[in-house]
Design a protein around this ligand. Structure first.
Ligand code: XMP
Length: 530
């Protein structure tokens, strides 16, 4: 998969606060480029991605401690293959090339790179001949994860070949005099057990980083940056109760106090008690000025008679913007809008991906530019798990920090194939409550990416309860594991848990007489049913 990156760096550049302790990943289009930056951060070094053709001036200005050249889908010999500029290897900054990055380095410096007849994909055995600096302290034999066709057959002059695998005569090389290093395999994936050690060798021994960065340690810097941006202006934040907007709102409140007002739009499509919990946490506990708008009737009226999924999303998105705008007007239009944009959103919206629109996610719950706010996005440089760390650091309760993702259009896209009515919403809310209660009770909540129920709107089935014939609703249980929602697997929930869930749903919700389990992975299914 090839992506293109935003060429402008996030406004909140933690690299600056990291005091030139950062290591930049230059992205040659690899699937794992983001993961490299995440792993580097996990090692205690701040890291961001830049496009492979980022200007030398920008790179010099950021004064990184090291550069990592990512993998990529191209062959170094194919037409239009991303070019590695020689100047990058002569900046006086250590460089580690991974996969395509290594091949491009080898080619540029006079090594021998060829397209092998058979590629090398998946687990491989690495034979280490000399550990050098890069593989220092690591075993002579280890497994690693490969994904390549082009192969380095001879290192460039001045380099030492460190290791080989069955299909890669030179699977790792280095030239410590020029501080240039390369590995053919992927240290960032879990299938390379010594991958983190190799990255640490590079970051610590070669680049001399102090290895002390952590998400929790940057909360104060983020608060300072918000203060600098907003000054004594006023800000507004659409609070959904999800972890991203919650952490963003609380950071901004810490920075500018009551210059911030949060708006929580209760569209009536929330889970049970959710609205009350958000109000209790923010208004009562954290004392954040909060307007809770009860807009259930408005949304239900606009959704009446609608069952087509994209129409529902569109209506909910539009109505959300309208309600939000009204509140902004009542507050005499603050100049700043707080949003919980994450680093993955920044990277992924960097350019046209050419991907088909499967669902119009980002049109729902998002606010259009025409509203005329200046954006405050304190989480722009952070990954989701780092946002959770920051949240815990600034005192958000675990229950909020570890909340599973919940879609902007809420339960409306979980009542499928028919109209969204308040009776159906109540049934779905009650079913969802039982499921969450049992999953939390079994200690499984955090292991699941999401767990929820779906209600087929117009489907009834026959049952028998207490010798009586029933004709009731079917509740679908959907529980998935995933790292990023791009792919997902259905969760193997224990049978006894499923049994308790089914019997409680049927006993406690009179309109329900059947419970079924969705065992579709993604792809081919999506996580939500609409
Ligand atoms: P799918 O169903 O496409 O969902 O596999 C992937 C992830 O996105 C969430 N999702 C949404 N989030 N607004 C959101 O904020 C939406 O309209 C929306 N639709 C789906 C979904 O819950 C899953 O985590």
């Amino acid at each position: 998969m090839t992506r293109s990156l935003a060429s402008s760096p996030p406004e909140v550049t933690l690299g600056a606060t990291a005091g030139s302790q950062e290591v930049l990943v230059l992205d040659f289009g690899g699937q794992y480029s983001q993961l490299i930056a995440r792993r580097v951060r996990e090692c205690g070094v701040f890291s961001e991605l830049l496009p492979h053709d980022a200007s030398l001036e920008e790179i010099r200005t950021r004064a990184p401690r090291g550069l990592i050249l990512s993998g990529g889908p191209a062959s170094v010999y194919s037409e239009g293959a991303p070019h590695l500029r020689r100047e990058l290897l002569e900046l006086g900054v250590p460089v580690l090339g991974i996969c395509y990055g290594m091949q491009a380095m080898a080619l540029e410096l006079g090594g021998q790179v060829q397209a092998a007849t058979i590629g090398e994909f998946g687990r491989s055995r690495l034979e280490v001949r000399a550990t050098g600096r890069l593989l220092h302290g690591l075993p002579a034999q280890q497994s690693c994860w490969m994904s390549h066709r082009d192969t380095v057959f001879a290192p460039p002059p001045g380099f030492i070949a460190l290791a080989s695998s069955s299909e890669s005569p030179v699977a790792a090389f280095e030239d410590p005099a020029r501080d240039l290093y390369g590995i053919q395999f992927h240290p960032e994936v879990v299938h390379t057990p010594y991958g983190t050690d190799i990255l640490k060798n590079f970051l610590d021994d070669v680049c001399g980083c102090d290895m002390e960065w952590s998400a929790a340690s940057v909360a104060d810097d983020l608060i300072e940056a918000i203060r600098a941006q907003v000054g004594n202006g006023r800000a507004i934040c659409g609070l959904s109760g999800g972890v991203d907007s919650s952490v963003a709102a609380l950071l901004v409140h810490r920075a500018i106090g009551d210059q911030l007002t949060c708006v929580f739009v209760d569209h009536g499509l929330m889970r049970k008690n959710e609205g009350d919990q958000v109000v209790a946490a923010f208004r009562d506990h954290f004392k954040v000025p909060l307007i809770a708008v009860d807009a259930e009737q408005r949304f239900l009226e606009r959704l009446a008679g609608v069952s087509e999924p994209e129409s529902k999303r569109k209506i909910i998105g539009e109505e959300f913007i309208r309600v939000f705008e009204e509140q902004a007007e009542r507050l005499e239009h603050p100049a700043y809008l707080v949003q919980g944009t994450l680093y993955s959103d920044v990277i992924e919206s960097g350019g046209p991906t050419g991907a088909a629109t499967i669902k119009s996610h980002h049109n729902v719950g998002g606010l259009p530019e025409e509203l005329g706010f200046e954006l405050v996005e304190p989480l722009r440089a952070l990954f989701k798990d780092e946002v959770r760390e920051v949240g815990l650091q600034i005192g958000l309760p675990e229950r909020l920090v570890w909340r599973q993702p919940f879609p902007g259009p809420g339960l409306a896209i979980r009542i499928v194939g028919g109209e969204v009515t308040s009776e159906r919403l109540d049934i779905l809310r009650d079913a969802d409550f039982v499921l969450q209660d049992e999953i939390r009770g079994a200690g499984l909540y955090r292991e699941l990416w999401q767990s929820f129920c779906v209600l087929p709107a117009d489907l009834r089935t026959v049952g028998v309860q207490g010798d009586e014939r029933t004709y009731g609703y079917v509740v679908v249980i959907r529980a998935v594991t995933s790292d990023d929602a791009m792919t997902a697997d259905w969760a193997r929930l224990p049978y006894d848990l499923l049994e308790r869930v089914a019997s409680r749903m049927i006993n406690e919700i009179s309109q329900v007489n059947r419970v079924v389990l969705d065992i579709t992975s993604k792809p081919p299914g999506t996580i939500e049913w609409e």
